[in-house]
Design a protein around this ligand. Structure first.
Ligand code: ADE
Length: 229
């Protein structure tokens, strides 16, 4: 899989993409992540990427020119046109189902905005879908890009050391994950549930399913309306 990221701050990504699972997935050729600086596509000596909103109002708006030129350049880097996504608080909510869907693509082009937002012609003209990572406003789309990449990478075959790890994640079956324990058996008086020490895999599986359901009912009852299985 190839992910292109269009951003005004390529340096923002250096550390998070350079460690842990995402780094290993890149080192092993499971994913290629290519950062492109939108500012490199400005045509004036100030390298201007934003301007005041028509009609007045606070803040600055991202100009269409550099974003279009950058996008068209990036599209040409690879024969697969890819699926274009703008990160925006006005997008569709990002969730596990969306992560699974995106993890099946060969190429994504993620566009991170800054300032008060994108000139509307960027939305209209690029034919990109919009994704939001939650109902709050970030200073820019960069953290949202990282969230999307992180959630996708762990779903790619071979990215996790243990192939089964993502299968039991919270939300992978529409529920929150069951409680997990490791050694020691007793920690500060708190004991690991006996059933997990019983060796009875049938019973353990049943217990885990019950725990998942109970936890979901208590913390996220909204998820039960859309449970996948
Ligand atoms: N950019 C600013 N806020 C955002 C959000 N909540 N999700 C995605 N991109 C954003």
């Amino acid at each position: 899989m190839r992910i292109d990221v269009l951003t005004l701050f390529p340096q923002y990504f250096e550390s998070p993409l350079g460690c842990s699972i995402v780094k290993r997935a890149q080192d092993e050729g499971i994913i290629e992540i290519v950062l492109t600086d939108i500012r490199d596509f400005t045509k004036d000596s100030y390298r201007k990427v934003d301007d005041k909103p028509y009609g007045g109002g606070p803040g600055m708006v991202m100009m269409p020119g550099p974003v279009f030129d950058c996008f068209e350049h990036v599209q040409r880097l690879c024969p697969d046109q890819g699926r274009a996504i703008m990160l925006s608080p006005q997008g569709q909510p990002f969730n596990q189902q969306k992560a699974v869907e995106l993890s099946r693509e060969n190429r994504l082009i993620l566009i991170a905005g800054r300032y008060e937002g994108f000139d509307e012609r960027i939305r209209d003209g690029l034919g990109a879908e919009q994704i939001s990572i939650g109902d709050y406003v970030l200073n820019g789309g960069e953290p949202a890009v990282l969230v999307v990449i992180d959630a996708i990478v762990r779903l790619l075959p071979g990215a996790l050391g243990d192939e089964d790890s993502a299968k039991d994640d919270s939300f992978s079956n529409g529920l929150l994950e069951y409680p997990q324990y490791t050694r020691p058996e007793v920690f500060r008086g708190m004991k690991v549930p006996d059933i997990l020490l019983s060796g009875d895999h049938g019973k353990i599986e049943k217990w885990r399913r019950e725990q998942s359901l109970e936890r979901t009912k208590k913390i996220r009852p909204d998820l039960l309306d859309t449970e996948l299985g």
